[in-house]
Write a protein that binds this ligand. Structure first.
Ligand code: CO
Ligand code: ZN
Length: 346
């Protein structure tokens, strides 16, 4: 499969934090041909292992499998589903979204409803409705009917968005945070024929709720180097100042210098920049990011692991539909391969 085919399958799959099953089984299938062994740890992280030379450094690549989404919290007497949020979702983006509710009897279509604007009071219309004023309408007439349709408390809810290519290099879809990096990691494993390092390609769980899967998988692997593959905000859209988000789409993968949870080890930053320069791969640098990635946890594992981040610039992260350039994803694959091959020199 090509990068875009892998991304399409991963993007259309549902994997709200803690319920990554569908993505996990795809990851196992996609990694398998390119690694010596695929294992799953006790928390559900998928680890593809490619063995290198004895005593050569161990490198951990991490791309998180989970996405932001909703959970069914209450089924009302009238058959409406009230929900809780999983991960950082902006309430303004919830209203009128089409969603899929994953029940024990299979997925159901629904829409996020609210009081129609015609009958809202003037001040109601001006303010943002918060998540607890909204509900999911699955067309059920009562709680009993909703339950008969398969709905249960705790069922996960994903945005109903289908992947599409809208330009030569531009794609839109759901959960590019972080499925694009999952696809990049798979492609990088495909491209890494013989490596001196032993490479652990890890699809982590529960990143969006606190980098949890990376914490346990890194402890288990005990790597010498860590590289998180994730997305970063492409700030090249109207209303965003350069100082707020300097990275742009189509200008190459971004290398983090520091974010709120990690100061990239100078040795790793050097490695990534040298690898990019040597292979003439375009790259961008960013620092002062408000969020963090799995690399923050990997770096604090045991007695410490020099770690860095390669990000794919992505527009509209943490909204139902994101946009990115395949060129940036392909360059992220090249950079990951080049960096892994260069590690023994550092
Ligand atoms: Co995220
Ligand atoms: Zn992410």
């Amino acid at each position: 499969m090509t990068l875009i085919e892998t991304l399409e399958k991963l993007s259309n799959a549902c994997g709200v934090a803690g319920r990554e099953e569908e993505v996990r089984s795809l990851m196992k299938k996609f990694l398998k041909p390119y690694v010596d062994e695929v294992v799953e740890d006790k928390l559900g992280n998928v680890i593809g292992i490619k063995k290198g030379d004895k005593n050569a450094p161990k490198v951990m690549l991490a791309a998180h499998m989970d996405e932001i989404g909703l959970l069914v919290k209450i089924i009302s007497k009238e058959g409406f589903l009230h929900f809780a949020k999983m991960g950082g979702i902006d309430d303004r983006l919830l209203l009128a979204q089409k969603v899929m509710v994953y029940t024990e009897k299979g997925p159901l279509h629904g829409i996020i409803g609210s009081k129609p604007p015609h009958i809202q009071k003037e001040e109601e219309r001006k303010r943002v409705l918060s998540w607890d004023e909204l509900f999911i309408d699955i067309g059920a007439e009562s709680r009993e009917e909703a339950e008969k349709m398969g709905v249960g408390i705790g069922d996960t809810v994903c945005f109903d968005v289908k992947f599409a290519r809208i330009g030569k290099n531009i794609v839109i879809g759901k959960a590019f945070d972080d499925r694009v990096a999952c696809a990049v990691m798979i492609e990088a494993m495909k491209g890494l024929q013989k490596t001196e390092c032993t490479v652990y390609a890890v699809g982590t769980v529960q990143e969006e709720v606190g980098l949890r899967g990376a914490t346990t998988s890194a402890f288990g692997i005990d790597p010498d180097f860590g590289i998180a593959l994730d997305v970063t905000i492409a700030g090249d859209t109207p209303g965003v100042k350069e100082i707020e988000a300097p990275v742009k789409m189509n200008k190459g993968p971004s290398l983090t210098i520091a974010d709120s949870g990690l100061i990239v080890h100078p040795k790793v930053l050097r490695l990534l920049i040298d690898a990019a320069k040597e292979k003439k791969i375009p790259y961008q640098l960013e620092t002062g990011l408000p969020g963090s990635t799995d690399a923050a946890r990997i770096s604090l594992t045991r007695s410490g692991v020099p770690s860095g981040v390669i990000s794919i610039p992505t527009r509209y992260i943490h909204s139902p539909t994101s946009m990115l350039s395949l060129k940036d994803a392909e360059n992220a694959v090249k950079l990951t391969i080049a960096a892994v091959q260069k590690i023994p020199e550092y």
